[in-house]
Design a protein around this ligand. Structure first.
Ligand code: IDC
Length: 457
């Protein structure tokens, strides 16, 4: 009886794999699989799977593998169509990664739950052929020539992703200024050169506080400074994220008139640029999602009237936590989205304060909503305290897997552990040597400066 059951299970597995073949797919003659657990927490994990086709080119691929014991389950996958039947997992390529030339690779990932140990899955197959191959070394990836803006051009939202001019998902990695009313002197030719050239940053977020001696005290002056910083980012091939940094009071409607005035002006002035993204409310707090949505639906048309194509980011409830910090979750947004296109939702976290429950919300929400981590810290939510390297690494691995863009708080010399530079750095002209970096700055520079893999076709 037990034997028969096992036989039936094997048969079902084979059927499951076969049924998922794309009709035009050709069997691959060999393959190699790299399986990496990128983070693990109590009862859950996240893993990446890279399958390299060592055989003839295929026009469609289906990867199969077996989860090691009854306790492991697929929760959610991305960059492919994922399904599980018993212990057999089937992963089928999607439109943009379906064809695999000889030696080409496709990458996908998933989150899973587990009990007991969490060993590697077994019996990897590509179109039914066992993946036993290995390569001496991975072929070198050649980053596309050109600056991030040259390679990617004008951006748009595609499904839950941020897409480039080739309509392919990309991730932008970069840094946020501190409040420009306080640390303006840190943003100059030398520091922007360092960000573009040494950090190889894709993104520069311009945090323009509205209160706390910010925009409300000098609308014309702050508008003009933001525009100058947009130009400085553009000249270096970086995207500029214009952040209307509302924080206290937490209801963005308090600043509705100011937002309309500000965005009408910056959107008209920057409409022809390819590098501008608008973030209309930094961190709503103490306010309902419906009030935030109402604000967004009044500000977005003002931007669209002047600049119809740009991507807009809207903050979410509970300090842009998708509601988690208020005891809610992303369902309030999924069920009642902002009535606008080309829109992304902000998700912010501080790695020492926000951990597994926030990560699982992000993992879940990322397949339902276009998300942009327009601000995060490696430290506590007050901007200080010890850097949490393990949590920051788990977060950044997750964002990399999902191609979720991010900006780190802060590219500044503020006397707090979230700042990338040591106090006094902005007195001199050196933003490049390792001696000027804090622990957080060194970690972020090492993450951001790895080569981008922007698709170019
Ligand atoms: C903090 C700054 C700190 C400043 C404070 C009040 O690091 O120097 O005194 O704001 O303006 C956020 C906010 C961001 C906060 C940051 C750290 O978007 O403005 O900056 N933080 O507390 N959300 C979560 C954390």
């Amino acid at each position: 009886m037990k034997r028969l059951f096992a036989l039936l299970a094997t048969f079902a597995t084979v059927l499951g794999l076969t049924a998922a073949f794309s009709p035009s797919a050709v069997a691959a003659t060999g393959c190699k699989v790299d399986y990496t657990v990128t983070s693990q927490w109590s009862g859950g994990f996240q893993a990446g799977v890279k399958v390299t086709n060592l055989g003839a080119p295929v026009t469609g691929w289906t990867l199969g593998f077996t989860l090691p014991d009854g306790g492991q389950k697929l929760v959610q996958g991305w960059n492919a169509t994922w399904s599980q039947s018993g212990s057999a997992v089937t992963v089928a390529g999607v439109d943009w990664n379906r064809a695999l030339a000889t030696d080409a690779a496709a990458e996908a990932g998933f989150t899973g739950s587990f009990t007991g140990a969490n060993p590697r899955p077994t019996a990897f197959t590509l179109n039914g052929v066992a993946c036993t191959g290995s390569l001496e070394a991975d072929p070198p990836t050649v980053p596309a020539a050109g600056t991030p803006v040259e390679v990617n051009g004008r951006l748009h939202v595609c499904g839950v992703n941020l897409c480039n001019q080739h309509d392919r998902p990309i991730q932008l990695r970069g840094m946020s200024t501190h409040g420009i009313q306080w640390f303006d002197r840190c943003y100059n030719a030398a520091s922007l050169d360092a960000l573009a050239n040494d950090w190889e940053s894709d993104l520069f977020r311009i945090a323009m506080y509205v209160q706390e001696d910010g925009y409300e005290t000098d609308p014309a002056g702050f508008t003009s400074r933001v525009n100058d910083l947009v130009d400085m980012a553009e000249a270096r091939g970086m995207y500029a994220l214009i952040d209307f940094h509302t924080l206290t009071p937490g209801d963005p409607n308090y600043n509705l008139d100011r937002a309309k005035t500000f965005f009408a002006s910056v959107a008209a002035r920057n409409a022809d640029k390819k590098n501008v993204i608008y973030e209309i409310a930094n961190e709503p707090n103490g306010v309902s999602w419906s009030a935030i949505k109402n604000y967004a639906e009044q500000v977005i048309p003002v931007i669209r009237a002047a600049d119809p194509d740009a991507v807009v980011i809207v903050g979410t409830r509970g300090w842009s936590s998708l509601g988690v910090s208020d005891g809610s979750d992303e369902s309030e947004v999924v069920d009642n989205p902002v009535n606008a296109t080309n829109l992304m939702y902000a998700f912010h976290f501080y790695a020492a304060s926000h951990q597994d429950d926030y990560r699982s919300t992000l993992s879940r929400a990322a397949s339902r909503l276009p998300l942009f981590v327009s601000e995060f810290g490696t430290v506590s939510a007050n901007g200080g305290g010890a850097m949490d390297r393990a949590s920051t690494t788990a977060w950044l691995d997750l964002l990399d897997q999902r191609k979720i863009s991010y900006a780190n708080w802060t590219y500044s010399e503020a006397p707090e552990s979230s700042a990338a530079f040591k106090p006094g750095t902005c007195d001199g002209g050196d933003y490049s040597s390792s001696g000027v970096l804090t622990e957080s700055g060194a970690l972020l520079k090492s993450r951001i400066s790895t080569p981008d893999s922007f698709p170019t076709s």
